[in-house]
Design a protein around this ligand. Structure first.
Ligand code: S3P
Length: 191
């Protein structure tokens, strides 16, 4: 198994924001599978869904994971919310490193994404209902894929990062001093 930190969870659970903070704190680079695909395709995720369909996007996600298994080490990897739903991706995630599931309630997700237009799966008449349905299907799969489950709905970023640091130290995946440094330039708007 490689020494990456992988963040999984539903859209709007804060994977990218937590990942950016972790990357500052641990001085590791961060990869986001959606961004990776967009750069490779020179199209946005919405354009890929509209022009090529969801199935094509899911294949791109698996290609991305395979490439990361070959090339990524000591990195923070944030993965799209639907990626763990494909069985084939489970072994690849495990091979990549330690998997953290950022678990958020449907209410939290809805509050964060109610004005978002970049998630094609939520551009429906009743996004709140869609979130509930998808989350119900997905939560058990996220849990099964995860080494660590973190409830992020009522937690501050500092608490989430502290928890991740504890888990990493517990598993001897982190130099114990690294996480105590003051860092966090507050230049990103979170949630
Ligand atoms: C998706 C989540 C999105 C993106 C695509 C599909 C999903 O990523 O991959 O819109 O199926 O949950 P984020 O989880 O980063 O929003």
């Amino acid at each position: 198994m490689k020494d990456n930190i992988i963040l999984i969870g539903f859209m709007g659970s804060g994977k990218t924001s937590v990942g950016i903070r972790l990357s500052y704190q641990l001085k590791r680079t961060m990869i986001d599978t959606d961004k990776w695909i967009e750069q490779k395709q020179k199209r946005t995720v919405s354009e890929i869904f509209a022009q090529s369909g969801e199935e094509a996007f899911r294949m791109m996600e698996t290609d991305c994971l395979k490439e990361l298994v070959r090339t990524a080490d000591k990195q923070i990897i944030s993965v799209g919310g639907g990626l763990p739903m494909k069985e084939e991706n489970h072994a690849l995630l495990r091979e990549l490193g330690t998997v953290f599931y950022l678990s958020a309630t449907p209410e939290t997700v809805y509050e964060r994404l109610k004005t978002d237009t970049t998630r094609p799966l939520l551009q429906v008449e009743d996004p709140e209902e869609r979130i509930r349905t998808l989350l119900k299907q997905r939560a058990p799969v996220y849990e099964a894929c995860a080494d660590v489950v973190l409830d992020v709905s009522d937690r501050s970023f500092d608490e989430i990062l502290e928890q991740i640091g504890k888990e990493l130290r517990l598993n001897k995946l982190l130099d114990s001093n690294l996480f105590n440094q003051e860092f966090v330039p507050k230049r990103h708007k979170f949630f």
